[in-house]
Design a protein around this ligand. Structure first.
Ligand SMILES: C[S@@+](CC[C@H](N)C(=O)[O-])C[C@H]1O[C@@H](n2cnc3c(N)ncnc32)[C@H](O)[C@@H]1O
Length: 206
């Protein structure tokens, strides 16, 4: 099953689920907002149902909220319309697709996405190409590779049943190195939540 097909299938359930860890989510939003400016042009990749884009929209000029799964995008559009926002545009696509525009963007966001990709370094290089010089890449990434390797067979079995997506068991040091190697300087990090660890990283294009 492709990633898009998996996320299409679970989209309505995902949208109905409460945020898993509200404190960690609010900290992530607050730390992200601290780096945003009212005139920023922002791209979010892997936006899901656009909940985060809707929360951040009042703090920037415009957000293009993108996701590979059409069903996630459809729900995102419903939520954006319900919120009465005309500064958030939901588009279907992955990094490299023309639908995401050519930028250059002031900020690219990717929350809970990179660990779902097979080659995070390649994705981060595509982000780099879409940013203005000095632009920010703000991401949060599940890092199960440091202490949660025991989950590999469980997730592998669930994938066989079509109940889990592909998960890349990344380490904190590994994802930070891939971001630096793509041409970024890391300016802030945090871990929200600590368990299972989700690494928040703010990186500036060199
Ligand atoms: C775990 S959800 C996270 C959604 C949202 N960012 C959040 O933090 O709640 C992952 C999202 O990434 C999308 N996705 C998975 N692989 C992708 C890719 N290669 N490019 C863009 N989106 C992708 C999925 O469709 C899904 O909506």
């Amino acid at each position: 099953m492709t990633a898009a097909a998996f996320w299409d299938r679970v989209a309505r359930k995902y949208a109905a689920r409460p945020v898993a860890n509200p404190d960690a989510y609010e900290t992530t939003l607050a730390r992200t907002r601290a780096h945003l400016h009212p005139d920023d042009q922002v791209l979010e990749v892997g936006c899901g149902t656009a909940s985060t884009a809707i929360r951040l929209a009042p703090h920037v000029a415009r957000i293009t909220a993108s996701d590979i799964a059409g069903e996630m995008v459809a729900i995102g559009r419903e939520k954006v319309t319900a919120a009465g926002l005309d500064t958030v545009t939901c588009v279907q696509g992955a990094l490299g697709d023309p639908a995401l525009g050519t930028g250059p963007y002031d900020v690219v966001l990717a929350f809970n996405l990179l660990h779902l990709t097979r080659d995070p370094g390649a994705e981060v290089r595509k982000v780099h190409a879409l940013l203005k010089p000095g632009g920010l890449f703000i991401s949060k990434t599940g890092c199960l590779g440091d202490r949660h390797g025991f989950l590999k067979p469980v997730i592998g079995f669930m994938r066989l049943l079509g109940r889990a997506p592909y998960v890349n068991f990344l380490t904190v040091a590994g994802i930070e190195a891939q971001i630096r190697d793509a041409g970024f300087e890391i300016v802030e990090t945090g871990t929200y939540p600590a368990k299972p660890p989700a690494r928040f990283i703010v990186a500036r294009k060199r």
